[in-house]
Structures are given as C-alpha cells and as structure tokens.
Write a protein that binds this ligand. Structure first.
Ligand SMILES: O=C1O[C@H](COP(=O)(O)O)[C@@H](O)[C@H](O)[C@H]1O
Length: 262
C-alpha cells in the first residue's frame, strides 16, 4: 500500500527552485551510485523553464553539481510537430535548459522524437518505445522501465504527460509509449508515456505553480473525483515516491498537509 505523496508549497520562487534542484541532484546522486547513469523523463509546459533555472544554478561541490555526461533525457510526452515548432516540448527544453548549459560543462544525451514519423503517430510511439527498450531493457531486462526521475506537469483539467481525464489510454497496461490522435488540448497528435510507466519512477516530481493551479490541486488532493484524474492516479500508484513542487498561490485552500522544506 503506497503512502501519501509529498506536497511542498513554497512562499517564493527562489525557495522552490532551490528545493527542486536539491530534489533532482539527490535523485541523480543515488542513481549514479546505483548504475552510473541517470535516466530522466521530462515534460513540456511550464516545467522546462523552472527546471532550467534549478539546474543552471552554480553548485557548491561535486555532490551538488549535475553530472550531465551521465544524464539520459527522454520525453514524458511530445507533440507530433517538427523539433523547432512552437508547440514542441523538445524546443522548450532546448531553449530553456539545454542551450543555456555553460560551455565548460558536459551535455546530457537527449532522445527527441523521430520527426520522420510526424504523419504516423502510432509508428512514432512504437519507435520511441524502441528507443526506451534500447536504453532500459537491454541493460535491465525489465517489463516496465523505471526512470530514475520523472518530471511532470499538471494541466488545469488534471492531465499529466498527454494522458487526459477520461481517456481510454488510462487503461493501458502493456505499452510503454502511446499515440494520441485527438488530444483535447492542441496540437491533436502527440505521443505519451503510458500511465504504468509515468507512475513507475524511482522519484517523480510535479511542478504546479500559480493561482491557475489552485482549483485542480484542491480537487486532486482533497476530493475523490480528483483522485481518479490522471495526476491523482499517479499519486495513488506511486505514493511517497511523488513530490509536488508548488507555491502558496497554488495550494491556497488545499486541505491536504503541505510542507515548505524537503
Ligand atoms: O500539454 C501539456 O501540458 C502539460 C501541463 O502543462 P503546464 O503548462 O500546465 O505545466 C505538460 O506537462 C505536458 O508535457 C504538455 O504536453
């Protein structure tokens, strides 16, 4: 029976960024100790900017510094658009984070979608799953890949990755990566990690800030209905492995207990 997720609520953006950084570096250090690689799945939306700010802060020691040469970055979801398109999650991650890594630091290995398959999202999802199989199954012979860290966002309707409320995709138990042909939020064609994979990280971090997230956080943390939304399901399956990084504007009115230190 998984225990409850951690809900962190910070009074100012600096504290949030510092704590998010500590959370990511801690996940990195234990992964490198365990298997000398750090496999991370990242989302688009509001996450890449804050993730960039957190990771590009100067470290105070080797233990407090990202070892990007050992990082493998995958996408928790991606839109079926060219990599430089304004809707591309990869473009966001590149502009907000990858392009800003100082010259004297190593660069992570990044796995964007193969844009050869923009017109065939089923094939795009299958090919992306093969990319994951190469990195995970070959080394660990696993049934469901376990990322060292999954960084997620929460839409105002409770969607996470590109798993939307009420979607039949939420019932998937076998596939690792799924195609979406008719996303309720544009663009319609996307690929996404399936729910079993998205909730199977050693650590899972959510970023949800601002008054625009207030209603949905209240629903997810305080109501039965919210526990059935995609973000609520990740909370339920992963329990204490999930940590939410939020601010006071987003948690105003949430009864579920929050903390302001890791
Ligand atoms: O469509 C998407 O939205 C979610 C949530 O975005 P946010 O801006 O509300 O944080 C995001 O996590 C996902 O990657 C993206 O494709």
């Amino acid at each position: 029976m998984p225990t409850a997720p951690n809900l962190y609520s910070f009074d100012n953006p600096t504290d949030l960024v510092k704590n998010l950084r500590a959370f990511i570096i801690d996940a990195q250090n234990s992964s490198l100790e365990r298997h000398d690689v750090f496999r991370v799945a990242v989302s688009g939306g509001s996450l890449p900017k804050t993730m960039g700010e957190a990771l590009l802060m100067k470290g105070t020691s080797k233990e407090d510094t990202p070892q990007f040469a050992k990082w493998e970055i995958f996408y928790a979801d991606e839109r079926a658009v060219p990599l430089d398109h304004e809707d591309s999650n990869h473009r966001l991650v590149k502009e907000e984070f990858l392009d800003k890594i100082p010259e004297d630091m190593d660069k992570p290995t990044v796995f964007p979608i193969d844009t050869k398959y923009l017109d065939d999202v089923q094939e795009m999802a299958d090919q992306y799953e093969k990319t994951l199989v190469k990195s995970f199954a070959a080394r660990d012979s696993v049934r469901i890949p376990m990322f060292d860290l999954i960084l997620l966002g929460c839409g105002p309707d409770g969607h996470t990755c590109s798993l939307f409320p009420g979607s039949p995709l939420l019932r998937e138990t076998e596939a690792w990566v799924l195609p979406i042909f008719d996303s309720p939020k544009p663009p319609p064609k996307r690929i996404t990690l399936s729910l079993p994979v998205a909730s199977h990280g050693i650590k899972i971090g959510y970023l949800a800030t601002g008054a625009g997230k207030k209603e949905i956080l209240q629903k997810i943390f305080d109501t039965e209905e919210g526990r059935g939304l995609p973000c609520g399901l990740v909370n339920e399956f992963a329990g204490e492995r999930v940590s939410w990084f939020t601010d006071s504007a987003a948690t105003e009115g949430v009864s579920f207990p929050s903390r302001s230190t890791l």
